[in-house]
Design a protein around this ligand. Structure first.
Ligand code: F6P
Length: 319
């Protein structure tokens, strides 16, 4: 390996900065020149690339967002666009790249690897929807942000005896909804990986009301339906005072938790280690608290699965 570059791509996630810092510091520690690519794949194409030194990544481990900025770059699918990106790397003698992002970002990383730039992916997304890792960087922080919001909403739901429908992010995955639902004691959790029977939800609310329970929290993953649609569906079966709350992009911001900072530090450094050992075309991850690597092909092989045991538990605990 001669020189290494790092970029962040797709939706940002808390902990991306810690991962960038780890890539930069580990590279310098190993005596390798390291470059930051600004604005994700877009910056690779527009040549927004700068050499980074130790001090450039100082004072960022605790910050949300990404110092390298992020962008979605759908045109990166075009071979001619990628050629430009590769030329920009090659003219600086950069032969290796670390891509911090979600599975959409991994697709671009895989192409670049096939086209000669040794590439490793680091899972950075709040959605926790990437195969080959138990957790993605940013999931824990987003989860805690949601839990905080649910706790606050529960206070007012109780005071006013209302049913609250809280919509959370996750794209097509239900991990954020499931974990936040369990941790926040939600009465109902709706995730894309399980059938959503709104009639049954209404019956459960009714049973609760008969027992004297007058408020209820429903967490709906955005991949199932919107909070508004959920409220509309619910009103077909039951007459309750409902309010909707869409948490939106606040879930993506904020200081990363300790877990996310440590995860990002470990994975960022491990990505550099792989490249040093001439291993590329892989994504790094953490499985059973051990660092692992999975080829991009394998990452894409199956769709992401929910923790079924946790889903069953959520049903058992919310009777
Ligand atoms: O992938 C992260 C994520 O926050 C998803 O949970 C969400 O569906 C999407 O990005 C939102 O994307 P944007 O910021 O482009 O609206």
């Amino acid at each position: 390996m001669k020189k290494i570059a790092v970029l962040t791509s797709g939706g940002d996630s808390p902990g991306m900065n810690a991962a960038v810092r780890a890539v930069v510091r580990k590279s310098i520690y190993e005596g390798i020149e390291v470059y930051g690519v600004y604005q994700g794949y877009q910056g690779l194409v527009t040549d927004n690339i700068k050499k980074l030194e130790l001090g450039d990544v100082g004072d960022i481990i605790q910050r949300g967002g990404t110092k390298l900025y992020s962008a979605r770059c759908p045109e990166f699918i075009e071979p001619d666009v990628r050629k430009k990106a590769i030329a920009n790397l090659e003219k600086r003698g950069i032969d290796s790249l670390v891509v911090i992002g979600g599975d959409g970002s991994y697709r671009g990383a895989q192409r670049l690897d096939e086209e000669g730039i040794h590439t490793v992916g680091v899972p950075g997304t709040i959605d926790n929807d990437i195969n080959g890792t138990d957790y993605t960087i940013g999931f824990d922080t987003a989860l805690n942000t949601i839990i905080d919001a649910v706790d606050r909403i529960r206070d007012t739901a109780t005071s006013h005896e209302r049913t609250f429908i809280i919509e959370v992010m996750g794209r097509d995955a239900g991990d954020l909804a499931l974990w936040a639902g369990v941790a926040g004691g939600a009465e109902t959790i709706l995730i894309p990986e399980a059938p959503s029977d709104i009639k049954e939800v209404a019956e459960r609310i009714e049973t609760g009301m008969k027992r004297g329970k007058k408020h209820s929290i429903i967490i709906v993953a955005e991949g199932v339906m919107s909070a508004g649609e959920c409220a509309e569906e619910l009103r077909k079966y039951i007459n309750v005072d409902t309010r909707e709350s869409v948490l939106g992009h606040m879930q993506r911001g904020g200081k990363p938790t300790g877990s996310d900072r440590v995860l990002a530090s470990r994975l960022g450094a491990f990505a550099v280690e792989l490249l040093l050992n001439d291993i590329h075309g892989h994504a790094v991850g953490i499985e059973n608290n051990r660092m692992t690597k999975t080829s991009f092909d394998k990452v894409f092989e199956e769709s992401h699965k929910i923790d079924e045991g946790l889903y069953r538990l959520s049903r058992e605990l919310s009777i």
